[in-house]
Design a protein around this ligand. Structure first.
Ligand code: FAS
Ligand code: PHB
Length: 391
């Protein structure tokens, strides 16, 4: 089989890239090692920047998001038992964020791809990539006991942090930068109305970080910082709700509507960047190239901006007959990636309880938060980064 671009991974990166390439008339196939249901079963991100919303609309996968997603003009910061609104909309000349789960984004992109009759191979085994340092790269995989080979012009590594693409790059050709945080996030999804339907709430408390978010007006998403070696079995629903309440201001804590968790999981937090993001005819995008701690809600949005740049680069190559786009992709993406890494690291450092911080560390965080909510300049800097820097 032959195609122009072979995409490895059917997460948000791979699906959105496939949709953008299809719209530009560029042939592509997606090879995914899991089943579609497995991919949809992963509960992850929830906040979309305007740029991501616009891309989903551009590829015809934005309809349900526009009716079921909730638009947010502000976020709230809770510290020292007080809640402070940051008017993100007012501070950024009208920009907003949309709360709409990654699961739904993935489902909409899968449906659009199926409706367009585009090829996706799910449950592909032993996926491997070859000759990407030549002009004739190949992808191989096993399906139903048969080995298949795809000849292509380019390979897009959209296969996440644990994928095969980055792992196939010779160690001497890649530089990795990493910071692992000494805590995790315990997340709960519950079919209860969100405690704050108009704003995403971030809490700083000496017991640890907390976050109140949503998936719709009837489905809430909450997180609390937990110990890095915590196991989800240690946390009953009741223990979660009690701890969440202890970390919020009394008024908000009182308003929380609890219910049985329909999903409960612990995610580790890390900052990670692999440089460069291009190796001959192999291009990395999304979590295959970088990871951010979810505090800044950047992971999914960075994946979207990567594939926007990558699809532009392929359009330059195939339509405008210039290699400028593919030659500039890595540098262009990394400029934006590192700014999002900085913001995510900074907000994580400000909002979480670090084991060695002590009383002094808590006081410094509270002083920074006091300054942040009382300074227009500081709030504007937070707001600009939160809604997403210009593409
Ligand atoms: P993904 O990991 O989503 O997708 C990669 C795909 O490649 C997967 O379907 C995988 O099965 C497939 N694959 C892997 N190896 C393969 C192989 N060898 N062959 C074929 N296919 C292969 N971001 C936020 O903004 N907010 C959050 O709250 C948030 N929470 C998160 C929680 C967790 C536990 C994790 C892991 C991430 C979270 N993220 C969050 C970040 C997350 O949303 C990612 O940014 C997003 O999934 C990136 O999408 P992809 O780059 O497509 O990678
Ligand atoms: C979510 O709704 O999952 C979410 C919201 C804001 C974040 C991270 C995750 O910063």
């Amino acid at each position: 089989m032959r195609t122009q671009v072979a995409i490895i991974g059917a997460g948000p990166s791979g699906l959105l890239l496939g949709a953008l390439l299809h719209k530009a008339g560029i042939d592509n196939i997606i090879i995914e090692r899991q089943s579609g249901d497995y991919v949809l079963g992963r509960i992850r991100a929830g906040i979309l920047e305007q740029g991501t919303v616009d891309l989903l609309k551009q590829v015809g996968a934005g309809e349900r998001m526009q009716t079921e997603g909730t638009v947010h003009h502000s976020i709230e910061l809770v510290f020292k038992n007080q809640r402070h609104a940051i008017d993100v909309h007012g501070l950024t000349d009208g920009k907003v964020v949309t709360a709409y789960g990654q699961t739904e984004v993935t489902r909409d992109l899968m449906d659009a791809r199926q409706a367009a009759g585009l090829p996706t191979v799910y449950e592909a085994g032993d996926v491997s990539i070859h000759y990407f340092d030549s002009a004739q790269p190949k992808v191989r995989y096993v399906k139903d006991g048969q080995t298949h080979e795809i000849a292509c012009d380019f390979i897009a590594g959209c296969d996440g942090f644990h994928g095969v693409c980055r792992a196939s790059v010779p160690k001497a050709s890649i530089q990795e930068f990493e910071r692992v945080y000494p805590f995790g996030w315990l997340g709960v999804l519950a079919d209860v109305p969100p405690v704050s339907p108009h704003a995403i709430v971030y809490g700083n408390h000496e017991r640890g970080f907390s976050l109140c978010s949503m998936r719709s007006l009837t489905r809430s998403r909450y997180y609390i910082q937990c110990a890095i070696d915590d196991k989800v079995e240690q946390w009953s629903d009741q223990a979660f709700w009690d701890e969440l309440r202890l970390r919020l201001d009394p008024k908000l804590a009182e308003r929380i509507i609890t219910g049985p968790s329909i999903e409960k999981s612990i995610a580790p937090l890390r900052s990670f960047v692999a440089e460069p993001m291009r190796f001959g005819r192999l291009f990395l995008a999304g979590d295959a190239a970088h990871i951010v701690p979810p505090t800044g809600a950047k992971g999914l949005n960075l994946a979207a901006s990567d594939v926007k740049y990558l699809s532009d680069a392929f359009v330059d190559y195939y339509i405008d007959k210039t290699e400028a786009g593919i030659d500039g992709y890595s540098e262009r993406s990394l400029r934006r990636v590192w700014k999002a890494e900085r913001f995510s690291w900074s907000l994580t450092t400000l909002m979480h309880r670090f084991p060695d911080a002590g009383g002094f560390g808590q006081k410094i965080q509270e002083a920074e938060l006091e300054y942040l909510v009382s300074s227009k300049a500081a709030s504007t800097a937070l707001a600009e980064n939160y809604v997403g820097l210009p593409l």
